[in-house]
Design a binder for this molecule. Structure first.
Ligand code: CMP
Length: 208
């Protein structure tokens, strides 16, 4: 059946949790420390302890990475929003628990913007999109967190700010977008796109 997996945080967490768990086997726990969690929450007829804790901080790190793998996504604050709302948007990013693993401020050239948005080439708004993306410096970032691609997309909100205001009033686009083109922020739609954009802007990365 399902297992409940927790990342617990406090000073000296590994040793403290092990103290709470008590001796390794249920039998020892019952005998030596009946107040321990392993003794209190033993399941009758099951000799195996029902609770686990990492043995060392190194093991904790490995187990956390296994169960809660970090992901990177590519994120950009578009020029109009970067000029007006950079600090408040960055604060929202941090409040949402993202680590900013890479950061740079740079004006995209038309060539870079065209390469970046080549999926949209031929669409009626393509030229306007290039103009809007090259009118000043953008803030370009790699954001890191468990499930980063999806979580950044949720924080951005829908592409069209009118839709964002209706369906995600707390999102960045609902608050800071001017219109669908100058919609404050951009983010990759998949892990693969994120990887490509990160390599394109920051080069080969040693993020993992
Ligand atoms: P972004 O996340 O940067 O990805 C592509 C961009 O194209 C998108 O945000 C919008 O700014 C823009 N875009 C998408 N659809 C339209 C549209 N129908 N009209 C104008 N701009 C659009």
């Amino acid at each position: 059946g399902p297992t409940l997996i927790l990342a617990l945080t406090r000073e000296n967490a590994v040793a403290h949790w092990r103290d709470l768990l008590g001796p390794k086997t249920v039998e020892e726990a019952m005998k030596e420390n009946p107040n321990s969690l392993r003794a209190q929450y033993a399941v009758s007829n099951v000799p195996i302890g029902q609770l686990h804790g990492s043995s060392t901080p190194d093991d904790a790190q490995k187990e956390l990475e296994f169960f809660f793998p970090e992901e990177h996504t590519f994120a950009l604050i578009k020029p109009a929003a970067a000029a007006k709302y950079k600090d408040v948007i960055l604060q929202k990013v941090k409040d949402a628990g993202f680590t900013i693993s890479k950061f740079k401020e740079e004006s995209l050239t038309r060539e870079m913007a065209a390469q970046f948005y080549h999926d949209h080439e031929g669409k009626p708004f393509f030229e306007d999109l290039l103009s809007c993306m090259t009118e000043g410096p953008s803030v370009i970032m790699v954001l890191t967190k468990e499930n980063a691609v999806e979580e950044w997309r949720n924080l951005m909100g829908p592409v069209d700010p009118e839709v964002a205001k209706e369906t995600s009033p707390e999102s960045i686009r609902a608050h800071f977008a001017e219109d669908i083109l100058s919609n404050a922020v951009h983010g990759s739609s998949t892990k693969e796109h994120a990887q490509k954009s990160i390599e394109c802007v920051f080069g080969e990365l040693d993020l993992d």
